[in-house]
Design a protein around this ligand. Structure first.
Ligand code: AQP
Length: 344
């Protein structure tokens, strides 16, 4: 069987202010993949509305995510940046996947359980169906690789299950239409290195998140140098000094989190960071981390602010990206309609 053309897809929800977790877990990884793969980076606005979004905030956040992609170094001419709702085929394929995915699979999704909490009867149906839409986002482009943070691992596994079940259920029709038997690829997550799961600065049991009520829990991509330094200074830690080896971080989630952030920002391993800072207390480590975070984030924030001051460039990028994404999506959907048996 011939291999699939290698293609990267990933997306971020415009559901609040972007933070260091979004940057280190996802956006930062988007950039080097451009050298080796055609890449499609989406602002997943249809995912954002699975929880209430004020319409004006949704527009502002959509521009912010697109600005972050561009400012971090994604090239919108060589690759594709667009917002999901402009390519309606995402919704169409998601519906078909709602009919392929099983209730039991969806009920196992830990992110739904976390987000719904005790309120499961009162959240939107969209929040429950979210992973089927995510599978559609990826498979519409037959993407082979998806760079994401660790929290998305289970959704990627579900995407593979949906692809496999679609390929099996419709095997005869796929063959009758002269299409390759493995119609949808089994997509690989790209999750490696430090900071694949950045934790809240206030609570080492929770991930850093846009929807955290405390502004001190996250470093936002648009925070200024003072805010970054203040949040790192006040980050929850323990009284011990840093160990010289990674094993010494076990059972110390807050310390491990700060070391992981330093390692990711400096392009080092956690071992290398500890070789430098082992034996030192947080009084010495936190200012070094703050300085590094400002050095790495400030140029991106400056470029984002410039792009957001006049959104006409971003709007043109999103429109052009949507046109190019739609061209690929329409080919897949026309095959899918044939395979499913819809009369054209
Ligand atoms: N804390 C994190 N550490 C590492 N990676 C993270 N990502 C999110 N939080 C962290 C990665 O960022 C990408 C985009 O995520 P998303 O916006 O689509 O959804 P999310 O994971 O639910 O992000 P948030 O920030 O927690 O948003 P809210 O609070 O609105 O739900 C993904 O690749 C994700 O792994």
């Amino acid at each position: 069987m011939t291999s699939f053309e290698q293609r990267v897809f990933s997306g971020i929800k415009p559901s609040g202010d972007l933070h260091l977790g979004n940057y280190l877990g996802a956006i930062r990884r988007f950039v080097p993949l451009q050298k080796t793969h055609p890449c499609i980076y989406c602002v997943v606005d249809m995912h954002a509305i699975t929880v209430w979004q004020d319409p004006a905030d949704l527009k502002r956040a959509t521009f912010e995510v697109a600005a972050a992609y561009i400012a971090a170094g994604v090239d919108p001419e060589k690759h594709i940046i667009f917002n999901q709702s402009q390519v309606i085929e995402h919704a169409e394929l998601a519906w078909i996947f709602n009919c392929v995915a099983r209730m039991g699979w969806m009920q196992r999704m830990t992110q739904f359980k976390d987000k719904a909490g005790k309120n499961a009867q009162n959240v939107s149906l969209g929040l429950f169906a979210y992973p089927a839409l995510m599978a559609a986002d990826i498979l519409l482009y037959k993407a082979t690789h998806v760079p994401v943070g660790d929290d998305q691992k289970q959704h990627l596994e579900l995407t593979r299950d949906i692809a496999q079940k679609f390929n099996n259920d419709f095997a005869a029709s796929i063959a009758a239409n002269g299409l390759r038997a493995d119609f949808f690829p089994l997509t690989e997550p790209v999750i490696f290195g430090p900071a694949t799961r950045v934790l809240s600065l206030r609570d080492g049991t929770k991930k850093m998140s846009k929807s955290d009520a405390s502004g001190m829990a996250a470093i936002y991509m648009l925070d200024d140098a003072d805010a970054i330094a203040r949040k790192i200074r006040k980050a929850k830690t323990d009284p011990e000094s840093l160990p010289s080896e990674e094993a010494g971080l076990s059972g110390r989630p807050e310390a491990a989190n700060l070391v992981g952030i330093y390692a990711a920002l400096a392009d080092m391993s956690a071992e290398q960071v500890l070789a430098e800072f082992g034996g030192q207390g947080f009084g010495a480590f936190k200012p070094a981390l703050a300085e590094l975070a400002v050095e790495k984030l400030a140029p991106i924030a400056t470029e984002m602010r410039k792009l957001l001051d006049d959104t006409s460039h971003i709007e043109a990028v999103l429109k052009d990206g949507a046109n190019r994404a739609r061209t690929i999506a329409q080919v897949t959907m026309s095959e899918v309609r044939d395979v499913v048996g819809f009369v054209l």
